[in-house]
Design a protein around this ligand. Structure first.
Ligand code: ATP
Ligand code: MG
Length: 748
């Protein structure tokens, strides 16, 4: 399909919005109505018809994976590799790309590093520990509050995402340009923020919130850095935060256009400072904004959409919207109540197996997703799937870059590149070098006393300038020397002019430190799987080292080092949101939040009980309802919902010995349950399989085979059923070329 055909395949509403001549365009529409598709089509239009250069365009998406998909889609439709030059990704990765080039202008040191949430939590933990031992008013206040590192970090993060900044040597917090925020926070919060920020500054660390803050400062103070941006496109706009919106506003100079797509009914990140008000704000800030609506859902069967609408319509305050379906299905979504969570999970696993077995060629395991409200709910499901021998992957739960072994390898690479303290602390005793906690603590104390870096302290220890104990510890001295030698020689290989790749650098490094042997000893039963993850990271490393814009020539940095820096920053950023495993034959287990924007032929929504959804800790019931709406509308053909009445005593609290009795979620009112199938099991009849095949645009080797011979007789090499029940007679050849569509008679 070329670009013309791609645009022609849109319906009139979609086409009109993709080709909107208006500078400011909002496309507001329900789930599955093609918003993301239109966004991609609009980029094609801007490139091919409006003759924009790819560097003129910035696309902000919810995940980097979504950005890559859009890029790939566009890549097939535009000329000269233009898609590769588009700046696209999450707001954080876009910020990173520009800061990589212009970081110096906002005061970043040469070797600045992005840190992720786990590292930020470690920093906060050390800070709190230090404060607990200290004697001053801040420390007293913090002690009184008994803050955990996570809570303290969230507090700082909230201040940052509301636009508050802690400038060095300033008593008070200040506010980002363009925002009015109350800068009067409590004394303790302000101090905590300032102290945390001082640690980041000292080490050249940038956390995720800082990426946006620094980018805003860059755009505000050094306009010329982003002068070339002529159009900004934002997917999932309903979940942008206040400062993300500020960023869009700053990026959009007088000459640039903005296109946003979104759906207020799918706003599910209010708890993380998303501002639904941004939609209205945009029409106020840019009065010429033209709003388009899309009204046909191309994703889900009519019965699924009906159930979704019955739920979202419970919110009486929400403006009514039209959403027509384009697929008919003769069965309703399924709903079942169980006695216990374990029974429910066992049923989910059995039903998945039955479905794949009943409809070979129609469903494979990768067509199926199980979506849950929170990660703690996956335990029973994982267990049940394992019992049935069904492979699964996790999205939004355990991420590739969060795995212990992957973090270790990345930390090694960071020590090579930056000698940074967090990474050093992680791997200095991995594999064991007789440098345990007590020694590390002493090294850190010495580092602080000498106002130097941890690496410098290690150098002093290594050359005998001082010692950690009175008695000479020869083994320690030897191990430390070996470790530092490995790091130094690896760095030298990176700085030399000899051929270099990150993958070979990592392989050699890991061999030298005997990392495989360490994994094998530490995890005798799972080391193979862990080593496979290490290998996967090594395989990806060269690609990750290539992604990202080039530094300006003001930074005299070698190509090898640049690749290493890019690899590290991409590992931190990609790892924060996306799952990097892509395996067919695996069921997906995901949180509802991480499923946003995605779709699967079959969706299971288990654990639909009050206190789980809506969650007992949530303060916004409407947002919880929207979350269920998002979950339901991920399903294309089959939707299974379930709840359970009793639960294991240790479900939420290990210490509690009582059984908690659960109730069906209040969102599953009688009206909703009436729209579901609650009695007998679903029979995968021939008709049903045909209908599903039609929704998914798939031929199948099961019942549909009956009409295939006739299609083949009529001159098709391979055939595919399209349309639903009563238009089953339309069969098209695999290329989906309209002209080849013929009316094939079937005796069905
Ligand atoms: P969400 O709100 O969940 O993000 P969306 O509005 O972004 O959904 P898309 O993901 O763009 O919707 O599209 C949903 C599905 O419908 C996709 O599989 C897409 O390819 C398909 N689709 C969109 N428009 C059309 C069309 N005109 N013809 C056929 N299929 C379409
Ligand atoms: Mg979308």
């Amino acid at each position: 399909m070329d670009a013309k055909q791609y645009l022609a395949a849109l319906n009139p509403q979609q086409k009109q919005s993709a080709e909107s001549p208006h500078k400011y365009t909002q496309i507001l529409a329900g789930p599955g109505s093609g918003k993301t598709r239109v966004l991609a089509a609009r980029v094609v239009h801007l490139l091919n018809v409006e003759q924009f250069h790819p560097n003129d365009i910035v696309i902000a998406t919810f995940t980097n994976k979504a950005a890559n998909e859009i890029k790939q889609r566009i890549g097939k439709l535009v000329k000269d590799n233009h898609a590769n030059s588009l700046v696209s990704g999450t707001f954080h990765s876009i910020a990173f790309h520009y800061l990589l080039r212009h970081g110096k202008k906002v005061g970043l040191p040469k070797n600045w590093t992005v840190i992720d949430r786990t590292e930020a939590t470690n920093i906060m933990k050390q800070l709190l520990e230090r404060l607990r031992k200290a004697k001053n008013p801040t420390a007293d206040g913090i002690r009184g509050q008994e803050l955990t590192p996570n809570v303290a970090l969230s507090r700082v993060s909230r201040m940052k995402s509301s636009g508050l900044i802690a400038k060095p040597h300033c008593e008070q917090l200040s506010c980002l340009p363009g925002l009015t925020v109350n800068t009067n926070q409590s004394f303790q919060s302000t101090e905590l923020y300032k102290l945390y920020q001082a640690v980041l500054r000292k080490n050249g660390y940038v956390d995720f919130d800082d990426l946006l803050i620094l980018f805003i400062q860059l755009v505000h103070d050094h306009t010329y850095c982003i002068d070339n941006i002529k159009h900004i496109l934002v997917d999932e706009f309903q979940d942008t935060s206040k400062i993300q919106y500020l960023l869009i506003k700053l990026l959009a100079r007088d000459t640039s256009g903005i296109t946003i797509v979104g759906d207020p009914d799918q706003s599910i990140y209010g708890f993380r400072s998303a501002e639904l008000g941004n939609l209205v704000m945009m029409t106020t800030d840019f009065p010429d904004t033209r709003v388009f609506h899309l009204e046909t859902n191309y994703r889900s069967a009519d019965s699924i959409l009906e159930t979704a609408m019955a739920i979202i319509n419970q919110d009486k305050a929400r403006p009514q919207k039209t959403l027509r379906t384009s697929h008919r299905l003769s069965i309703k979504p399924y709903f079942k109540e169980f006695d216990s969570n374990d029974q429910e999970s066992a049923w989910v696993a059995c039903e998945i197996k039955r479905m794949v077995k009943s409809c070979p060629g129609l469903f494979s395991y990768s067509d199926i997703a199980i979506l849950v409200r929170s990660s703690s709910l996956t335990r029973a499901i994982e267990h049940a799937l394992a019992e049935q021998g069904i492979a699964y992957k996790m999205v939004g739960v355990h991420k590739f870059f969060d795995r212990e072994e992957v973090r270790d390898v990345v930390a090694y690479a960071r020590v090579v590149a930056f000698r940074d303290e967090q990474a050093l602390m992680r791997i200095i005793n991995v594999p064991s070098r007789n440098i345990g906690k007590v020694k590390v603590e002493r090294i850190l104390q010495e580092t602080e006393r000498r106002h130097t870096s941890m690496w410098n302290t290690l150098c002093l220890l290594n050359n005998g300038s001082f010692s950690l104990s009175q008695r000479v510890d020869k083994q320690f001295q030897r191990e430390l020397g070996k470790f530092m030698h490995v790091i130094n020689t690896t760095e030298a290989s990176c700085d030399s002019s000899a051929p270099f790749s990150i993958s070979s650098m990592l392989e050699i490094l890991l061999r030298k430190v005997k990392y495989y042997e360490y994994l094998k000893k530490k995890h005798p039963s799972t080391y193979e799987e862990k080593w496979e993850n290490v290998m996967e990271l090594i395989r990806q490393s060269d690609v990750l080292g290539e992604q990202g814009v080039l530094f300006d020539d003001e930074d005299d940095i070698s190509e090898n080092r640049l690749a290493l820096h890019r690899f590290l920053a991409n590992a931190a950023i990609v790892g924060s949101t996306d799952n990097n495993e892509e395996t067919r034959h695996q069921v997906t287990i995901s949180t509802l939040h991480a499923a946003k924007g995605l779709e699967w032929p079959v969706v299971f929504l288990p654990c639909l009980c009050d206190t789980i959804l809506p969650h007992s800790r949530s303060t916004d019931v409407d947002e919880e309802r929207r979350l269920l709406y998002v979950g339901i509308t991920r399903a294309q053909a089959m939707l299974y919902m379930s709840s359970f009445r009793g639960m294991q005593s240790n479900f939420f609290s290990v210490s509690s010995s009582e059984t908690t009795h659960m109730k069906r979620s209040r969102f599953l009112s009688d009206i909703v349950v009436d729209k579901t199938l609650t009695s007998a099991d679903i029979v995968f009849s021939e008709t049903l399989a045909l209908e599903i095949g039609a929704i998914l645009g798939r031929a199948n080797s099961g019942p549909v085979q009956n009409i295939m011979p006739q299609a083949l007789e009529n001159g098709f090499r391979s055939a595919k059923v399209i349309g639903s029940k009563d238009i089953l007679r339309f069969v098209t050849c695999k290329s989906l070329d309209e002209e080849n569509t013929k009316n094939v008679s079937s005796d069905k």
